[in-house]
Write a protein that binds this ligand. Structure first.
Ligand code: NAD
Length: 253
């Protein structure tokens, strides 16, 4: 029996990047995984197909988390799928991974872009948790993917960093609020990780300068982040709650 045998997980933004690696890892540990996506249906279906081919269980589910009501709709679709597919009255693991970044200083950011980041990075995770709390079983796990950018002072993260800092504040208070249901709530804060979002970390040449700021001498890969999430959602991670765990290879800010 694997670490997550019999558990059901929802991972947002799982068609690519860190979310895809998390979905694959939780499925490898034998969770049934709902692979949420926004616009990349083919990529989400490919992730599901890969999981199923490896002997796991997964299904894709679509929702736009950049709009008010998007998270509540996702919760409805997810719980309907659980009833239809597994006659399941609840689920066990929620990973709020979907996120959006925009490099802009306070002078350059527009109010529309600020709203977009706020909705996608903070309001949607908030309302997804709110809508799914009645369905999260005792002993459940919530992991919010934040960013080491919350503690760095990067002027070009004028809107992004505050939205992720809000997610970390939410993590801490929910850990206290939900402790009596034995639900743990943690943030995982990636450092520079090679995904579509981080073009510097993705570029083998440009990433060398970043790698010099990282104790382990390289930028992160999506699986590096997924490994940390896998620990937090496992039984072994059950005594960790309300924390921000840096997953950065020892990146200096
Ligand atoms: P990515 O751009 O590959 O993935 C982001 C995911 O969010 C995608 O699956 C995308 O579909 C989803 N998403 C974006 N807008 C959405 C919307 N409107 N509705 C629904 N889903 C939407 O980048 P990634 O690096 O894999 O990012 C994953 C998480 O890690 C994000 O929350 C990001 O902020 C965080 N993070 C990444 C890095 C890094 O260096 N890559 C560093 C710190 C934090």
């Amino acid at each position: 029996m694997s670490a997550l045998s019999g558990k059901i997980a929802l991972v947002t933004g799982a068609s690519r990047g860190i979310g895809r690696a998390i979905a694959r890892r939780l499925a490898r540990d034998e969770a049934i995984v709902a692979v949420h996506y926004h616009s990349q249906a083919d990529a989400a279906n490919a992730t599901v197909a890969e999981i199923v081919a490896a002997g796991g269980a997964a299904f894709a589910i679509q929702a736009d988390l950049s709009v008010p009501g998007g998270a509540t709709l996702l919760a409805k679709l997810f719980t309907a799928e659980l009833t239809e597919r597994y006659a399941a009255p609840g689920f066990d693991i929620l990973v709020n991974n979907a996120g959006l970044s925009k490099r802009a200083t306070i002078e350059d950011i527009t109010e529309d872009d600020f709203e977009l980041l706020l909705q996608t990075n903070l309001k949607s995770p908030f309302f997804l948790i709110k809508a799914l709390l009645p369905h999260l079983r005792a002993g459940g796990r919530i992991v919010n993917i934040s960013s080491m950018g919350t503690r760095a002072a990067y002027p070009a993260m004028a809107a992004y960093a505050p939205t992720k800092a809000g997610l970390e504040a939410l993590t801490r208070l929910l850990a206290v609020h939900l402790g009596n249901r034995e639900i743990t709530v943690n943030s995982v804060a990636p450092g520079a990780t090679a995904t579509d979002m981080n073009e510097v970390a993705r570029d083998p040449v440009a990433s060398r300068a970043v790698a010099d700021t990282i104790a382990l001498g390289r930028v992160g890969q999506p699986t590096d982040i997924a490994n940390v999430v896998a620990f937090l959602v496992s039984d072994d991670g059950g005594w960790v709650t309300g924390q921000q765990i840096d997953a950065s290879g020892g990146q200096r800010l």
